[in-house]
Design a protein around this ligand. Structure first.
Ligand code: SAM
Length: 260
């Protein structure tokens, strides 16, 4: 799916201050890009989505950890967590869960940490990590959430295998993203808004037009929901389903980690 060379990162990083061992050229470009726009990322998001992303996130996280018995503390990973908007939404929905927010751009996580108040600061741990080599043990997580993250990865097959590894059998994977559209109306919306409007709004808010030209390019190269569902099934996930949001602009894909 992604045309770049495979990631060669290994040697999981841990702790907020640690750096990622090695990422490939595409990963390094993505890291630099999000490092540049971290300061204005939240503002740009709100303006560009007119706040709809907040609703999408809430809907996507609604059942994320509902399967975990109340007798133990649920463990969730927000992967490609960026500035923690989704992590905070998960915390608000499941306040007793222990949450790890992982991202390979430290300034994004640092911008997010400033938003943590009260119990959120105790329940949410931020960790610099590469999605291709998760610094977590086998079966350590009850759920993984990823919003607008996997589209950026260099080797989605490898990252998917990592997600299957760190999820316990029966664990949930929920992905919210802009999948490659297949409906004509959605294609038109993507073409007009993402290619025409969005780079200029992104430039006005962050001063970085290039980063916001990358978004439509990355959507064009990404899986459709059907392709992604097939990928998950091949990696051992079951009960894979997709829900389309706001005329198919974004979708939520939900899956359960199979027994093996
Ligand atoms: C579009 S932002 C989404 C952030 C957040 N999930 C949200 O919904 O606002 C994508 C994030 O994915 C992160 N990312 C991209 N590739 C990554 C990788 N290989 N490992 C970890 N994080 C990655 C970027 O640093 C960035 O913060």
């Amino acid at each position: 799916m992604n045309e770049v060379t495979p990631v060669v990162a290994s040697g999981p990083a841990s702790g907020p201050a640690s750096a990622i061992a090695v990422v490939d050229d595409h990963g390094a470009q993505v890291q630099r890009m999000f490092g540049r726009i971290a300061h204005g990322y939240d503002r740009a998001n709100r303006v560009m989505s007119l706040g709809i992303d907040v609703r999408w996130r809430r809907r996507a996280v609604a059942d994320l950890l509902s399967h975990v018995p109340a007798s133990r503390t649920a463990v969730g990973l927000d992967l490609c967590a960026g500035t923690l908007d989704s992590t905070i939404a998960i915390h608000e929905r499941f306040p007793t869960a222990r949450l790890v927010a992982g991202d390979f751009v430290a300034p994004m996580l640092e911008a997010g940490r400033t938003k943590l108040v009260g119990a959120a600061g105790e329940r949410i741990e931020t960790r610099v990590m590469d999605a291709h080599a998760l610094p977590l043990g086998d079966g350590e997580c009850d759920a993984i959430f990823c919003a607008f993250g996997i589209r950026n990865l260099s080797d989605l097959a490898r990252a998917t295998a990592e997600q299957a590894r760190v999820l316990r059998p029966g664990g949930k994977l929920v992905v919210l993203d802009f999948f490659r559209p297949h409906r004509l109306t959605t294609k038109i919306v993507h073409a007009v808004y993402n290619r025409g409007v969005l780079p200029w709004v992104g430039w006005a808010v962050t001063g970085d037009r290039e980063a916001y030209q990358y978004l439509p390019r990355s959507i064009g190269k990404f899986d459709s929901t059907d392709e992604y569902a097939a990928r998950l099934e091949a990696a051992g996930f079951v009960d894979v389903s997709a829900e389309s949001l706001t005329f198919g602009i974004a979708s939520i894909v939900r899956a359960t980690r199979g027994p093996t």
